[in-house]
Write a protein that binds this ligand. Sequence first.
Ligand SMILES: Nc1ncnc2c1ncn2[C@@H]1O[C@H](COP(=O)(O)OP(=O)(O)OP(=O)(O)O)[C@@H](O)[C@H]1O
Ligand SMILES: [Mg+2]
Length: 422
Amino acid sequence: MIEEKNAGGAGSLESHLAALEKENRMLRLENTQMKMAMERSSLYNLTKDRLIEVVTAEKTKQEKFMGRLLENSPDIILTLDRQYRFVNCTDVFLRSAGIADFGLIKNLTVFDVFSAFAPDTAAKMRTALEGLCETNDTVIMGEVLDIGKNGRPRHYEIHITKMFERGEPDGAILLLIDITDVIRAKEELETINAAMKELIANISHDLKTPLTVMSVNLEELSNLVRAYGGGEELIGKVGAAWRKNLDLQRITQNLLEVSRIETGRSIYNPDWLSVSELMLKVQDRYEDYLEDKALYLNTAYGKDMSLWLDEQKIWSVFDNVIYNAVRYTAKGGISITAAEDGANATVIIRDTGSGVAPADLPHIFERFYKASGARGGMAGDSGLGLYIVKSIMEAFEGSVSAKSAPGKGTSVILTFKRRAQL
Ligand SMILES: Nc1ncnc2c1ncn2[C@@H]1O[C@H](COP(=O)(O)OP(=O)(O)OP(=O)(O)O)[C@@H](O)[C@H]1O
Ligand SMILES: [Mg+2]
């Protein structure tokens, strides 16, 4: 046969050798691939082991952190399984409830445990938990609880969150935050606040009469000094005392007004008043004051109309706006113009003073706000004037706003309900 094969010729031997060579190449290739596969698999195993190691370490770390957190948390945290049995709780809960060991409640539901000292809360918790049907939904309720019946009921804010796994309920977390001290502090603050408001109201009320009497006497004294030919210095001093008295009257009036606003005791009796009458009264009330300050006072209006306002309270509005304008205007003066503005009417009080910085402008109607920097916040001012103006204008169903160009002046815009003059 061999001979036959050999006899077959050199060509067949060559092809046989070529086939062997090819087979050899294939085997070498397979060998390399197998080696690579083995390397990959050992690399994979190595990576997997390392990954497991890292994840386990991280998990242990997290568990440790959580453990610490639960031990030291000042709040009560209860974790429950899907039957609402205890899985874990913070130590503060065991201490408050007088439970010596967690093992004693481990197989009980939160309802069993809470029923012992707060059956109503236990029932509310059950309703809340059964009602929750979406992950991340939390019910928050406020309860007064005497946990463990130790005779010291405290206020808790209870946050109830239900957990879900692939749409199925999978336990719950209850967080009980002790807010007793916060509530107590708030109550104390409210009592102090009310007492302060009462005190301010009483003092400013009691100051009103003597200040008015003083003002009348100072005016008479000023006339007498002039009549008896008192010197310029004396006239000046009496005048200064009279002006300071006016400041004091304005401040006490503002304090009284604020305490009335804050305690809801402000009484408003708005009615229709014609613009023509209002402007006459404005002119009458402020012209001497402005002349005294060497400032002009212009009033103007178009068609007469009626504005919805309280004739007593409106003077707190004008007094404050005009007092501000005078305070911040060294030269020039004040123009007051009334005009229709759609269904409403506006009365604009424009001064030629120092203006309000853009950063301050949005805040000047806030209580106690005084502009900072070179332009604002004069000594003796309390930052109440424009807050009062705003409160009163809103009580007339109107509003107030301001525009200002620093260095050029300020416009305070009062908006009133209007109707045609009958
Ligand atoms: N016409 C004005 N020109 C420039 N600044 C003004 C003007 N009106 C108000 N301001 C600024 O707005 C701030 C708030 O005014 P507001 O009348 O409320 O308080 P106040 O004048 O500081 O104190 P109070 O009026 O209670 O005595 C002022 O401190 C002042 O800086
Ligand atoms: Mg003011």
